[in-house]
Ligand binder design. Structure first.
Ligand code: C5P
Length: 216
C-alpha cells in the first residue's frame, strides 16, 4: 500500500458496520476510527455540563476539544448518548469541525477504516473503497434486543424498534450530510447475512481493488 489507503463504511445504527470496520482494520492493518464516537463526545460534554443539546456555540467548543486519541468507548457507548449525538450532529458548524479531524486521521499513513454516516459522501469522497452496510429496522432491533438480553438486561422490542426508526429518520432526514449511500458505494445488506459473510464479501471487493492497484 503506497499512499494512505481509505475504507469508508456508512450505514444506519445497528447494521453491523462497527464490527465489520474492526475486522477489516485488523485484517488490512489500518487505523480505525468510529466517527460516531466524535459526535457522541460532543453530546456527552454538553450533558456533563447540563447544557441543552441545541446550544450550538457550546457544541462547537466541545467539538474543538474532541481529541481522537482520547475517545472513551465505555463512557460514550450509552444508548442515551447516541440519541443525544444525533441531535448535535445536525449542526453544520459542529460537523465541519469534526470532519476536519476525521480527514486528518484518514490521511495518516498507512491509512484507515472510518465508519459513520457520511464517510463516503462527505468526509472521504475519494476513499479507495466505499461500503454501505444496512439491514432492515426489524432485524437491527432484534439484534439489539439479543445484545441487551445477552448481558442480563431486559427491553421491549417495540420500543427498541421505534427508537431505531426515530434515529434513522433524524440521520437520513437532516439537511447537512444526511445518511445515504455514495453513488459508488458497494451495498451490503446484512439482514440475512452473518457478520462473517459480510466480512468475506467486503474482503473480496477490497482485494479486487488492491489487485488492480498493484498492477497499475
Ligand atoms: O454510530 P453511532 O450510533 O455511534 O452515531 C451516533 C450518532 O452520531 C448518529 O446517530 C448520527 O446522528 C451521528 N453521526 C453522524 N455522522 C457520522 C457518525 C455519526 O452524523 N459520521
Amino acid at each position: 500500500m503506497t499512499h494512505p489507503f481509505t475504507i469508508a463504511i456508512d450505514g444506519p445504527a445497528g447494521a453491523g458496520k462497527g464490527t465489520l470496520a474492526r475486522r477489516l482494520a485488523d485484517h488490512y492493518r489500518l487505523n480505525l476510527l468510529d466517527t460516531g464516537l466524535t459526535y457522541r463526545a460532543v453530546a456527552y460534554a454538553l450533558i456533563q455540563h447540563a447544557l441543552p443539546l441545541d446550544n450550538v456555540s457550546a457544541a462547537e467548543t466541545a467539538a474543538r476539544q474532541v481529541d481522537l486519541a482520547k475517545l472513551d468507548r465505555a463512557v460514550l457507548s450509552a444508548h442515551a448518548v447516541g440519541e443525544a449525538a444525533s441531535k448535535v450532529a445536525v449542526f453544520p458548524t459542529v460537523r465541519r469541525i469534526l470532519v476536519e479531524k476525521q480527514r486528518d486521521f484518514a490521511r495518516t499513513p498507512p491509512g484507515a477504516v472510518l465508519d459513520g454516516r457520511d464517510i463516503g459522501t462527505v468526509v472521504c469522497p475519494d476513499a479507495d473503497i466505499k461500503l454501505y452496510v444496512t439491514a432492515s429496522a426489524e432485524v437491527r432491533a432484534r439484534r439489539r434486543l439479543a445484545e441487551i438480553e445477552s448481558i442480563g438486561g431486559t427491553a421491549d422490542f417495540a420500543e427498541i424498534l421505534a427508537d431505531i426508526q426515530r434515529r434513522d429518520e433524524r440521520d437520513m432526514g437532516r439537511a447537512d450530510s444526511p445518511l445515504k449511500p455514495a453513488a459508488d458505494a458497494h451495498l451490503l445488506d446484512t439482514s440475512e447475512m452473518a457478520i462473517e459473510a459480510a466480512f468475506l464479501a467486503a474482503m473480496s471487493v477490497i482485494d479486487d481493488v488492491l489487485a488492480k492497484r498493484n498492477k497499475a
